[in-house]
Design a protein around this ligand. Sequence first.
Ligand SMILES: Nc1ncnc2c1ncn2[C@@H]1O[C@H](COP(=O)(O)OP(=O)(O)OP(=O)(O)O)[C@@H](O)[C@H]1O
Ligand SMILES: [Mg+2]
Length: 258
Amino acid sequence: MSSNNEVAVECRGVYKEFQDGSRVIRVLRGTDLTVRKGEFVAIVGASGSGKTTLLNLIGGLDRPTSGTILVDGLDITQLDDDEMSEMRRHKIGILFQDQHLLPIFTALENVQVPMLLDEVRRKQREARAMELLKAVGVDHRAHHMPHELSGGMRSRVALARAMANNPTVLLCDEPTGDLDHKIGGEIIRLMKDLAKKDRRAVIVVTHDPEVARMADRILLLRDGVLVEELVTDFFRPSGIDVSASRDSDGDAGSAVEG
Ligand SMILES: Nc1ncnc2c1ncn2[C@@H]1O[C@H](COP(=O)(O)OP(=O)(O)OP(=O)(O)O)[C@@H](O)[C@H]1O
Ligand SMILES: [Mg+2]
């Protein structure tokens, strides 16, 4: 349970509603989730089922309507905004598709960005950034600008940046979406290896069965709750098609009430 320091993330009865004009969109409806350090979990589910919403809550980018979320044993729902930023900076690494590298900085400088707020000394910061670039296999491109790197290299730099503050939890929202299959798989494998080595918890939201198959566990978000999905079920032709687009009411898996 939460007192166990092997647990990185624990969600208990998490509800999240959004107000959309006069309608209430009930996205998460009592979601439970436990992810241990060193564990690599894939979350799948139809478009609009609430996957990004859940990652945002765990990452402290948004707050649940009710329920408890513990990150490294700390109940983040009790934190004020300053404490939440602090928690995010120290415990959370984020690799989201829309988080691009800063174009005017080199790879080495980009990796140092999360360390700037913590007043880490420059020499130390650079050394750590170089070490991370080496871990992801792009140290030979440390002084290149993002536009001088391939898509795969840029993803690796973004991964190094996400790990700059030695986070307990690494959150990835479809990190392979805009990359070709092979590069995507490489990044995920790298992420998994690094997570195991450094005992980080990795939560990857994906539409890609190949990515999901690499995970220790696959969890399906449906009707506002997470259910454990067997890999075999996931690949059954008649199984859940996670690549399905929004259904006719545009809100797969979420109830809308007036
Ligand atoms: N800030 C918000 N305000 C209002 N509604 C929101 C907000 N964020 C998300 N929603 C709604 O919550 C539902 C879940 O959205 P979410 O982005 O979490 O889905 P998802 O599973 O990540 O989908 P996809 O696979 O398409 O990325 C959707 O109906 C969405 O419109
Ligand atoms: Mg999403």
